[in-house]
Design a protein. Structure first.
Lengths: 559, 121
């Protein structure tokens, strides 16, 4: 039997069929690849557009970054400026300013002055309450208060302010050398919250503390309180004096002065006698209700009893003297007060009198001149206040001059055979249409020779002219402008401050001035004013030489 | 506005009410009163209270406990504590509990008004 051709060798058809299948398969493959390629191509496109997008995004991001960087720099600069400004403020502000953090310690930024207020450096990092070195209970209160301030609260700032334990706080400063001083500080606290949002219950991030040094103010107030008390005591004393008859007071004051002299003299040498005198002075003072004087005298007695005749005795006696002097001064003022209750012209006259008496007391005090001052007046009604003021001002000058240059020191007077007390007499009287004002002292008189020399020295007058002047004319040189100024001339002439002013004042109101004097006996100034100020003066009168007469007014002498 | 007055003393409640009435002329104010903290909480829950004035020492539920409960419920109304307690630490305690204002007894009309007028609308 023969082999089939198909089993021995493939027939052409078979080959073709096989190749066709292969071709088919290849074609399918190609198609597949083409598909893949297309797919890949489209994928590529997608990727490509994605990449483009990415690039754009990237560019955008880069630009955004750039902007952010610029903004950041600007913010940083602004912050820097703010911080510099804050540093500036803290360096220059005159108040203590600091902040406390939530840990209740002091933050690093505080005003420069704060360290010197607390005399402590540095302050940063220390617990705030530890500043209060002087007072443990205050430390505890401050701590509690600061804790409260940091809490979330419904309470208003006013409530916290009321609870502030250090509104006015004695503050002990302890120095490095161990010394302490107490100041008076005023602390105020403000709660600082996060952000600008002032929401009532936002958490408090820090407390700002402002410190004011009130020490000076406090001391001023204390001084004021002390003075007020002192003043009240004086008023009390015045009240007691005013309740007493003037004669009693006058007598008492002079007795007290004698007693003080005696205590001073006998304190060391005859202590028991001095004690007796002190004891009786104390009793009298007590009887008159002058308790301060009684107390001061009691101290003298005690000191003498202990034989403390040195410094303690002198100090105690000085207190007594001061009390008596105070009393005397008050009494003098009351003389003025009593006078003020009279009619208006009298009132003004006594205004003049009081002024002059005070002047004499003041000027003679501390000098070794003793002066009896007399004042007499019968002022008519209806004088203008201006005229009275002129009279007063003129008399102030005249009396001051008399004290400074007219009357001698007590030892000089004794040596010259005079009484140790000098006398200054002032009178104001009406004489027809004129008011005659006189001021007389019994001092050394005006030395016309020296007056001539002084006027020549000042170029006021030629030497030969000066020599030709008679004594009365020479004496008028005392009113010359140049002669009346400053001490060099004073020393030469022994006269003159303000005399030209007196003369001008009198003459400008239509009046006239004159002066007479006798060496070693007296000097008398006479001023004549027209009754009504501004009136034309009446016929000029010859300068009066007359002595002071005791007028119709009352005469009083200084005790 | 509606004001809640919490005090176990009728006298004190009357004084507080009159003080507000006299000073708040021209404003319409309703008063609600309670004898203790517990009653006060009940009144509060009935609603519309704008301001509470509370005594500290009261039976049943005292003022401090009342304030703590109110704040625990996140109620924001202003509460004024009126108290004979003047001890600083106690007042701190009241502030920490959430009082808006405090006033020491005995009640003086002008002082009371000065402290609360900011809350009276």
């Amino acid at each position: 039997m023969p082999d089939s051709p198909s089993s021995s060798a493939p027939s052409a058809e078979e080959i073709i069929a096989s190749q066709t299948r292969e071709i088919e398969s290849l074609r399918e493959n190609v198609l597949d690849h083409e598909d893949t390629l297309r797919h890949l191509e489209s994928q590529h496109d997608v990727l490509e557009s994605f990449c483009f997008g990415l690039e754009q995004e990237h560019e955008k991001a880069r630009r955004a970054l750039e902007t952010t960087k610029t903004e950041l720099q600007a913010s940083y600069d602004k912050l820097r400026a703010l911080s510099d400004e804050q540093d500036d403020i803290l360096a220059h502000v005159k108040q203590g300013i600091l902040t406390i953090g939530r840990e209740l310690t002091i933050n690093p930024g505080y005003s420069r002055i704060t360290e010197s207020m607390f005399e402590r450096s540095p302050l940063a990092g220390i617990p705030f309450e530890s500043l209060f070195v002087g007072d443990p209970s205050m430390r505890a209160r401050i701590r509690r208060y600061v804790e409260l301030c940091f809490a979330e609260l419904y309470a208003s700032p006013q409530v916290l302010e009321r609870l502030n334990p250090a509104k006015e706080c004695p503050f002990v400063v302890r120095r490095a050398n161990g010394e302490t001083t107490t100041k008076l500080f005023s602390f105020s606290f403000a709660r600082i919250k996060q952000g600008r949002d002032e929401a009532a219950r936002a958490p408090v991030t820090k407390l700002m503390v402002v410190v004011d040094d009130r020490t000076a103010e406090y001391e001023l107030n204390r001084e004021l309180a002390r003075r007020t008390k002192e003043h009240a005591a004086k008023v009390e004393k015045a009240y007691r004096l005013v309740m007493l008859p003037p004669d009693v007071v006058r007598d008492f004051i002079s007795e007290a002065a004698q007693a003080i002299d005696q205590i001073e003299r006998d304190g060391v040498t005859h202590t028991p006698r001095a004690m007796q005198v002190a004891h009786s002075l104390k009793g009298n003072a007590r009887a008159l209700g002058l308790d301060d004087l009684a107390t001061a005298t009691h101290v003298v007695e005690e000191v003498l009893g202990l034989r403390e005749t040195g410094e303690p005795f002198r100090a105690a006696l000085a207190n007594v003297k001061r009390e008596v002097a105070d009393g005397e001064q008050l009494f003098q003022r009351m003389v003025g007060v009593r006078a003020a209750l009279r009619t208006s012209v009298e009132e003004r006259a006594h205004g003049i009198e009081t002024t002059l008496r005070n002047l004499v007391a003041r000027e003679a005090d501390g000098s070794d001149k003793q002066i009896d001052f007399e004042f007499a007046t019968d002022l008519p009604k209806g004088l203008s206040p201006r005229l009275l003021l002129r009279i007063k001002n003129a008399l102030v000058q005249l009396v001051r001059n008399a004290i400074a240059h007219g009357v001698e020191r007590a030892p000089d007077r004794i040596e010259a055979g005079k009484s140790p007390s000098a006398r200054i007499e002032v009178s104001i009287r009406q004489e027809g249409a004129m008011l005659v004002v006189q001021c007389r002292d019994d001092g050394r008189g005006i030395d016309t020779e020296r007056l001539r020399a002084a006027a020549v020295a000042r170029g006021q007058i030629a030497r030969d002219a000066a020599e030709k002047l008679d004594d009365a004319a020479a004496m008028r040189l005392v009113f010359a402008t140049g002669v009346s100024t400053q001490s060099t001339v004073d020393e030469l002439s022994g006269r003159g401050v303000g005399m030209d002013v007196v003369k001008d004042s009198v003459e400008s109101s239509g009046g006239e001035v004159s002066v007479t004097s006798e060496a070693q006996r007296y000097t008398l100034f006479v001023l004549r004013f027209p009754h009504e100020e501004g009136d034309t003066p009446h016929a000029p009168r010859v300068a009066s030489n007359e002595r002071l007469e005791s007028g119709g007014g009352e005469r009083t002498a200084l005790p | 506005m509606k004001v809640l007055i919490v005090d176990d003393s009728a006298l004190a409640r009357g004084l507080i009410r009159r003080t507000i009435q006299e000073n708040a002329a021209g404003r319409t104010i309703d008063f609600v009163e309670a004898m203790n903290g517990e009653e006060a909480l009940a009144r509060l829950h009935e609603g519309n209270i704008d301001l509470a004035l509370v005594d500290w020492n009261m039976p049943v539920l005292d003022g401090l406990a009342f304030v703590k409960q109110v704040r625990g419920l996140h109620m924001e109304l202003p509460i004024v504590m009126i108290t004979a307690v003047s001890d600083e630490e106690k007042i701190h305690e009241a502030c920490l509990a959430g009082v808006s204002e405090y006033l020491e007894k005995p009640i003086q009309g002008p002082d009371l008004w000065a402290r609360i007028k900011g809350y009276v609308k």
